[in-house]
Design a protein. Structure first.
Length: 442
């Protein structure tokens, strides 16, 4: 990683009331993505806010300070092109009122007419059935409460920005960073606890028995955003696991969506040395089968990440040329999150998977690691499962084809060239566990 030599001292930011920070030679805020380090190094590369002047370097400790540092108005912050470095110190909660006090569902529901028990009674399958989506005053009230929460916890990030955690305890809890129609963003060394949608919608038409559907990803890279580097972060559900939400109408009252999604024509993203733990739907690349304008977009590199006790989408891909290499996948039988699949082969996806290591503390069918989602091709080599001997090396495409009716080929039509440190699979578990996540940046 390139490190700036500048020792510029940031001036006090009287207009915002935020503290200043010095940019030392080993300052993460001044670091930029190394040449050839994945798709985010394409073109002019990804430098984030490294060129920020002394008046645009901030340390933030709460929601209000974060929004001010991003530009001052959350509705327009996504249009702020000024280079800026934002250091996150300690824990920032996003479900808070104007006095930075924690709030819950009742805060957002106040004045909307939403009542959860009334909602359950009105749309119970015995009353409403499974044939039509819910509608009416109570559904409108739920949507209104959800919108109020959205306005509070969704944070818009503008171009030429670095958001960097200080030390090993920087956290952003309960919110969603949106990178929409922007470019040149770096997010590093922060622990994200997945946002909870306090007002999930009941959809009786979703599947055979209906589902509760929620909004908000931890980080959403969307709408043509380009050149993003997500590095050395930790993503988790924290204490609010899916199991803790209970069930209604026989289905999990799901308050989580994705952790890190790349959608709607976004491009040139590197996701490196992060830890993803205790979550269901982790990483979606490509938003829908019908969005054919995503062709030639969604170029993403995923390397040296630690995927632990997760259910699915590691990642799930549509259209994109996605390089997945040197990642460590670990699953334990006592986890609340049961493994479904890792690599989702979606419509016209072009996954190139190399030297990934899977470790299960129970027996698993290798045919389940790749999942067919209407795609035809995935290139894979160098995978090891549950050990480092030659007998633990598994051809995942062959295993899938032997265990499933749909047959996949390895003709993805491209070969990665943008990579730096490429390790033998046997070295991946120890290396990734030692290096991935918050507080482990070299």
């Amino acid at each position: 990683m390139k490190k700036a030599i500048s020792t510029m001292l940031a001036a006090s930011l009287f207009s915002f009331g935020l503290s200043s920070v010095s940019a030392a030679s080993n300052d993460l805020g001044k670091e930029v993505l190394q040449s050839k380090d994945g798709w985010a190094s394409y073109g002019n590369g990804t430098t984030g806010g490294s060129q920020a002047d002394e008046h645009h370097i901030y340390t933030v400790t709460n929601r209000e300070e974060l929004i001010r540092a991003l530009g001052g108005d959350n509705k327009t912050n996504g249009q702020n092109l000024t280079p800026k470095i934002i250091y996150v110190k300690g824990t920032i909660e996003l479900n808070v009122d104007e006095h930075n006090n924690l709030v819950g569902p009742e805060y957002y529901a106040n004045g909307t007419g939403y009542d959860f028990n009334d909602y359950l009674e009105a749309y119970h399958p015995e009353t409403w059935g499974y044939e039509e989506e819910v509608e009416g005053n109570l559904e409108d009230a739920r949507a209104g409460a959800q919108q109020k929460q959205k306005e509070q916890i969704v944070i818009n990030v503008g171009s030429n920005t670095s958001i960097i955690g200080i030390g090993n305890d920087a956290k952003i809890i309960g919110g969603s960073l949106i990178l929409s129609r922007v470019e040149n963003i770096i997010i590093r060394n922060i622990e994200f606890e997945a946002p909870r949608d306090f007002f999930p919608q009941w959809d009786p038409t979703d599947g055979t028995y209906g589902e509760w559907n929620s909004e908000y990803d931890n980080v959403s890279i969307t709408n043509g955003t380009e050149n993003v580097w997500i590095d050395h972060n930790t993503f988790t559900d924290g204490e609010h696991t899916d199991a803790s939400f209970g069930k209604y109408f026989g289905r999990t009252y799901q308050q989580h969506d994705g952790l890190l999604d790349v959608t709607n024509g976004s491009n040139y993203v590197t996701i490196s040395y992060n830890k993803f733990e205790d979550h269901d739907k982790v990483m979606l690349i490509g938003s829908s089968d019908s969005r054919t304008t995503d062709k030639e977009k969604l170029k993403v590199t995923i390397h040296h990440n630690y995927f632990k006790n997760l259910t699915q989408r590691l990642p799930r891909v549509r259209y994109g040329e996605v390089h997945v290499y040197n990642n460590y996948y670990e699953f334990t039988n006592n986890s609340d999150y049961k493994f479904d699949y890792a690599l989702g082969v979606g419509v016209e996806s072009k996954i190139y998977a190399e030297n990934n290591f899977f470790n299960f503390d129970y027996d698993v069918d290798p045919a389940s690691i790749i999942h067919y989602w209407k795609g035809t091709s995935i290139y894979e080599e160098g995978t090891f499962i549950n050990g480092t001997s030659k007998t633990n090396r598994v051809d995942l495409v062959k295993a899938h084809n032997q265990g499933n009716e749909v047959q996949l080929n390895e003709n993805v039509g491209w070969k990665p060239s943008l990579y730096t440190k490429f390790h033998p699979t046997q070295a991946v578990p120890a290396l990734v566990k030692a290096k991935a996540g918050v507080g482990k940046v070299d």
